[in-house]
Write a protein that binds this ligand. Structure first.
Ligand SMILES: *[C@@H]1O[C@H](CO)[C@@H](O)[C@H](O)[C@H]1NC(C)=O
Ligand SMILES: *[C@@H]1O[C@H](CO)[C@@H](O)[C@H](O)[C@H]1NC(C)=O
Ligand SMILES: *[C@@H]1O[C@H](CO)[C@@H](O)[C@H](O)[C@H]1NC(C)=O
Ligand SMILES: *[C@@H]1O[C@H](CO)[C@@H](O)[C@H](O)[C@H]1NC(C)=O
Ligand SMILES: *[C@@H]1O[C@H](CO)[C@@H](O)[C@H](O)[C@H]1NC(C)=O
Length: 345
């Protein structure tokens, strides 16, 4: 009787264990979205890049999309002479604004799609409303953009999991544009009265060369991944690169925790709103047992980070979505759509 009961409870325990493992795995799998093999368009597509983002041209010799990103039948060009033969023309917002409204009146070959591209948040760009009724598709970090291009994403681990726990500093923050009035500056100010925060960047007269950032941050337990503005899905390289790639645990300020959890495992980051005050957060950071700290690295057993940093890859991604997108779409209220990211959820 007793042993039967024990057996039953043991088997119940085993079922529970299996269930928990299954749920955990499904949870991990959820971050792996998008087809691994990109969709191949039925014919060769030509994507014309109207302006190079920030006027920084990149090399387009060879079959760039196929050679670098395994995206086939996708030809990128920056040659405006090819306008009449382009399936897609992509306009990056910053330069578009500088060049003015003339492009809006250009005659369009039938079926050609115009893509509005930006990776900036609504707080960082201006003049979007002038571009209503012009664009067919959007390319952005917003998950609901036609071409969703995040700053990074979780993919199944393919390379060995190499990181160490050799840390000498507590928390690091890298900032280039520092404004005292910003929420994040006030947060760091409060935090640093309880915690040792090393601040790098031009603003603080401690510049870091671009290749020094990752090695520097990798000596810290925590990285303050504070977004410059709070908008849905606006989760930038501050999380993906400065924290995850460097191997420091991110302390994030940005959209709500649930929004982060759409893209990364819940135990890969610390959200400042998990704590009632910076003081409580500091207490958690300072008193964390090594065991707890290691838990923030568990996702790395199965997942790794893929960064999206090259504009050519972002533009090649237009081709992978081309056939699945609505073909006769028009953004009548582009700014309204873009502003919608302010609504949390
Ligand atoms: C499509 O592009 C590939 C190179 O990417 C080229 O070899 C092939 O000839 C093209 N096909 C057509 C029909 O233009
Ligand atoms: C595209 O075609 C239009 C109409 O056929 C023509 O007026 C225009 O000059 C062409 N543009 C280029 C860049 O070839
Ligand atoms: C740990 O980091 C310190 C400081 O960067 C370095 O001097 C030391 O050699 C490292 N130790 C190991 C075991 O990597
Ligand atoms: C793209 O948008 C323009 C401007 O609103 C519109 O005139 C055109 O029909 C759209 N093109 C396609 C292929 O849907
Ligand atoms: C979008 O947001 C900006 C800045 O908050 C505001 O000025 C503008 O009126 C908004 N536009 C729309 C269409 O909601």
């Amino acid at each position: 009787m007793a042993s039967g009961g024990r057996w039953r409870s043991r088997s119940a325990l085993r079922s529970l264990f299996l269930l928990v493992t299954l749920v955990l795995n499904i949870k991990l799998m959820l971050f792996i979205f998008g087809p691994e093999e990109p969709a191949v368009p039925p014919r060769n597509l030509t994507v014309l890049i109207w302006h190079w983002p920030f006027y920084r041209p990149l090399d387009l010799t060879g079959d760039v999309c196929a050679d670098l990103y395994n995206i086939k039948r996708c030809h990128l060009t920056a040659d405006r002479e090819k306008y009449n033969f382009s399936d897609v023309v992509v306009f990056h917002h910053v330069e578009l604004v500088k060049e003015g409204q003339v492009v809006a009146t250009m005659a369009r070959p039938p079926g050609q799609k115009w893509v509005w591209a930006t990776l900036e948040s609504p707080s960082n760009i201006r003049g979007v409303s002038k571009w209503n009724n012009i664009f067919n598709w959007t390319l952005s970090y917003r998950e609901d953009a036609d071409i969703f291009v995040p700053y990074g994403r979780m993919v199944p681990r393919s390379s060995p999991n190499t990181y160490n726990f050799n840390r000498t500093g507590m928390a690091a923050w890298v900032v280039s544009h520092y404004k005292k009035t910003q929420e994040r500056a006030q947060f760091v100010h409060e935090l640093s009265s309880h915690l040792n925060v090393d601040i790098y960047g031009r603003a603080n007269r401690r510049p870091l060369c671009p290749t020094c950032l990752i090695p520097t941050v990798s000596h810290y337990f925590f990285y303050l991944a504070l977004e410059n503005s709070v908008h849905r899905d606006y989760i930038t390289e501050k999380l993906w690169q400065n924290s995850f790639t460097a191997g420091a645990v991110p302390v994030v300020l940005g959209p709500p925790r649930e929004n982060y959890e759409r893209f990364v495992p819940s135990d890969s980051f610390i959200h400042i709103s998990d704590f009632p005050s910076p003081k409580d957060l500091t207490k958690f950071l300072l008193t964390m047992a090594p065991q707890r700290y290691r838990q923030f690295f568990r996702w790395r057993e199965e997942l790794e980070v893929k960064l999206y940093t090259d504009w050519r890859e972002r533009f090649c991604m237009i081709c992978t979505k081309y056939t699945s997108l609505q073909q006769n779409k028009v953004y009548t209220d582009l700014e309204g759509w873009f502003n919608k990211s302010d609504q949390q959820q």
